[in-house]
Ligand binder design. Structure first.
Ligand SMILES: Cc1cc2nc3c(=O)[nH]c(=O)nc-3n(C[C@H](O)[C@H](O)[C@H](O)COP(=O)(O)OP(=O)(O)OC[C@H]3O[C@@H](n4cnc5c(N)ncnc54)[C@H](O)[C@@H]3O)c2cc1C
Length: 391
């Protein structure tokens, strides 16, 4: 039991992918940091059920902080093509070649990124990693922030960053309640070995029972995310493995032939969460603490990495000895992120609504919309560039 006397520049609460990447991005800066997290990443074991489509912008960020280089090359797959299908014959195709990039995204296991980030934290001189650690109280005064941990220790700082996920303690203690709207869907995830090679193609089907995505993995494997109403998700989870494989293969029109399940199916509730402000006096929010979007665009963690990159950039640009909780600095961070977050939220929400509506004519309209975009190379490239994180 002791009360810390030093005052950190930045106290980061939550060392998921976003909080840990922020800490690593501040490595070498003349700042003292604390990072508080209840549990370390799980050790590698089989294939991870949580797989991310990492945009080129996120890859560039992870590379710039020396983390991309640590990822196991044999467990990642480049997406070179993407095929999107509507629910009545609409189809949209993207290719890295047409878009003028080497790859559209990289598919990487969440656990692999977490372990690579944590291996950088271990040797970080300007950081105290407090794990296990869990905040119990947060006191904010004009001059400082005090985070009191379960167990009695307290950490003082100039800025507290909430990187503690969708149920953020930091947000709850410092901001008005967010707007939370459950989609009434679960994201069912599982990994499969495929009979036919995917050739680096990601597939997405907008179906009347939700959105089905297949993301390519190495060794002729793929990862599925099926965002679907709860009752259907529960039915999928209850199927014997062979029946699940058959159901998933059929839902994807057997484009990769027969499927064999290599991880047990799991499900996550899908909820939209938005806040009006990313900052408050001496507080900033990043990642899912600040925004939760539907996984159909596979952009949640990419938005979070962009938050971490932007906040690290603003903090590092401040003059030596500056107060990291200065509200002017925090506003700069908030302004730099507003457009990106709003655009992603509107786009994913719009798509969810567009493909959920069953009013007469809507089905034809949305499918012919996909086909029209497919015939407009400039618009397609612009859409792809936005989705990839190029602006
Ligand atoms: C089914 C599904 C599929 C998805 N697929 C994709 C995809 O393909 N691509 C993509 O970009 N995104 C995807 N996402 C979204 C992505 O998972 C999140 O956006 C991302 O994990 C957010 O990272 P984060 O670090 O902000 O939050 P989290 O991953 O939630 O991490 C928060 C961290 O804070 C810690 N924490 C929690 N509470 C406290 C506390 N009180 N004190 C201290 N620490 C605390 C937690 O232990 C955790 O380590 C998907 C989401 C779902 C549900």
């Amino acid at each position: 039991m002791r009360s810390s006397r030093k005052i950190d520049d930045v106290v980061i609460v939550g060392a998921g992918l976003v909080g840990a990447s922020l800490a690593v991005a501040l490595q070498g800066a003349p700042l003292q940091l604390s990072l508080i997290e209840p549990k370390p990443p799980a050790p590698a074991e089989g294939w991870d059920a949580r797989i991310y489509a990492i945009s080129p912008a996120s890859r560039a960020f992870l590379q710039s902080i020396g983390v991309w280089q640590l990822l196991p090359a044999g467990r990642m797959e480049a997406v070179r093509r993407m095929e999107v299908f509507g629910d009545a014959g609409g189809k949209l195709e993207f290719s890295a070649y047409e878009t003028g990039v080497a790859e559209l995204a990289w598919i990487v296991e969440g656990g692999a990124i977490a372990r690579a980030l944590w291996s950088r934290l271990d040797s970080q001189e300007n950081l105290e990693l407090i794990c296990p650690g869990q905040p119990a109280l947060l006191d904010i005064t004009d001059a400082a922030v005090r985070v009191s941990l379960e167990g009695g220790r307290s950490i003082d700082g100039h800025l507290v960053v909430g990187a503690d996920g969708a149920r953020s303690f930091v947000r709850q203690e410092t901001m008005p309640a967010p707007v939370v709207a459950p989609y009434g869907q679960l994201g069912v995830v599982a990994n499969f070995t495929c009979e036919r090679p995917h050739r680096g193609t990601a597939y997405q089907w907008f179906r009347n029972d939700g959105v089905l995505a297949w993301l390519p993995l190495p060794e002729q494997k793929m990862s599925m995310v099926w965002s679907t109403p709860e009752a259907h998700a529960q039915e999928l989870l209850g199927l014997p493995t062979e029946d699940l494989c058959a159901r998933v293969a059929e839902a994807g029109s057997h484009v990769l032939g027969r499927l064999e399940c290599i991880t047990a199916a799991a499900a996550f509730p899908l909820t939209k969460l938005s806040v009006n402000r990313l900052v408050a006096p001496r507080v900033a929010l990043v990642g899912d603490a600040a925004h939760v979007v539907h996984p159909l665009a596979g952009q949640g963690v990419n938005l979070g990495f962009a938050d971490a990159a932007a906040l690290a950039g603003v903090l590092k640009s401040a003059h030596a000895g500056a107060d990291m909780g200065d509200f002017g600095l925090l506003r700069r961070f908030e302004r730099s992120r507003a457009e990106d977050i709003l655009a992603m939220r509107s786009a994913t929400d719009g798509l969810v609504r567009l493909f959920r509506e069953n009013v007469p004519g809507m089905r034809r309209l949305r499918n012919s919309g996909l086909n029209s975009v497919d015939r407009m190379p400039v618009l397609k490239t612009l859409l792809a560039a936005h989705a990839l994180g190029f602006h």
